[in-house]
Design a protein around this ligand. Sequence first.
Ligand code: 4AD
Ligand code: MG
Length: 430
Amino acid sequence: MTDATIRELSRHVGETVRLRGWVENKRSSGKIAFLQIRDGSGVVQAVVSRAEVDDASWEAVAAASQESTVHVVGAVKEDRRAPGGVELVTESLGVDAVSEEYPITPKEHGVAFLMEHRHLWLRSSRQRAALKVRSEAVRAIRDYFHDREFVLIDSPILTPAACEGTSTLFETDYFGEPAFLSQSGQLYLEPAAAAFGKVFCFGPTFRAEKSKTRRHLMEFWMVEPEVAFLEFDGLCELAEDFLTRVVARVLDRCAEDLKVLERDTSALEKVVGPFPRITYTEAIEALREKGVDIEWGDDFGADEETQLASLHDRPLMITRFPASMKAFYMEPDAEDPKLALGLDVIAPEGYGEIIGGSQRIHDPELLERRIREHELPAEAFQWYLDIRRYGTFPHSGFGMGLERFVAWMSGLAHLRETIPYPRMLYRIYP
Ligand code: 4AD
Ligand code: MG
């Protein structure tokens, strides 16, 4: 007898196969029962008719509560209306393990309850679809950079200093010294750019975000490319090309999952270059014209980002921010040093900032001054200054938050469903 996964069943029409999985749902009417069986690769309906199976199999049907582990032997029958195009005509069925009363039933549950049962919630179809989009997005991102000869440089998670401001640091004890969970791999990528030219890192990053929003996690994954001799215009082009390619690849590979998520994919098909580009100053003017009470020098909140993005159907690139509101390492604009050569990319449809990046300061004196002005511990940055002492070079890079990207692709309003085990304000269970 052939063992098969549900995904493979359409290749076995007319044959008898054996599969193992879990009972998602069961309906029965006297002499016939319908079991929805999930095995990780898909879901199939097993039809069991009393007249066709032995007593033990019929008793197993009765015992197979929701989420019980079962094995089924059945004939694969074509059924065009079924999700995978097939159903199983059961010849025998056995329960390997009876599930206790399963807490997540087909009725609606509140989010707090579902988060409490995240380890079980993962089995639900929408959660599976979102996490498969995530898995495919990770693959598309890695391929994008490997295909273009970027070298993967894993940046450390335990670090001695802040990269993105000191207010969101998670502190821990490192043998009597304070250490911080990494907010970004950037500072470690810049030196590697002098070794390899084009590099990227892709790993978990941590920010103690003390406000509760749907766009912030305490632990999130960021992909960060960094490129030697790349200046600001080139950076904007890289971000645009990267986004269009990765979105297209997700659209291509995740069609089934996006359907489960009921994502309107026509909105994603519009993500082709050129993306609209405006400066920070133009963005402020546009907002003021819409009656928003905002001054030059203010940061955009989620509402302002959504208002700006709603003017366009593709990602919006905002450039040249007041240097005072951005990180210490950003290169000033040669034409107006009040401005920093920073880039934010805002996703359409209200999904917020997905990319933040900049050209980096490569002048050692200016960088040293900025470290002082930002009151950062100078000793902890000596190694970082070395990059400017030993053959300095213009360079640029950006970071994209994976969960924001997946939320946008999947059409999910909240980041908590885009990562298997979200770390949120006041929640670290399970
Ligand atoms: O704009 P950010 O802070 O930029 C950096 O960290 C740079 N050092 C990156 C670089 O140039 N190499 O963060 C980059 C992106 C944001 O645009 C957003 O997508 C995501 O990281 N992000 C978060 N995602 C989820 N939860 C949070 N708390 C996030 N904070 C930032
Ligand atoms: Mg940012």
